[in-house]
Write a protein that binds this ligand. Structure first.
Ligand SMILES: [Zn+2]
Length: 55
């Protein structure tokens, strides 16, 4: 399932590839990925509910 995040280089929302989820100390999740267009690293904070869709 694709996840969109904001790419700082494209300055728009892009799909993230190579998606990895990390659990934060606060119990939320951090999704890390790479912009499909330019290859810039992206990160997006996810709630637990959102994160469960991408596991
Ligand atoms: Zn980009």
């Amino acid at each position: 399932m694709a996840l969109e995040g904001r790419c700082m280089r494209c300055k728009t929302n892009r799909e993230m590839k190579s998606l990895r989820l990390e659990k934060t100390k606060r119990g939320t999740y951090l999704a890390r990925g790479i912009c499909t267009k330019c290859g810039t690293k992206m990160a997006k904070i996810l709630s637990v509910e959102q994160a469960q869709k991408y596991k």
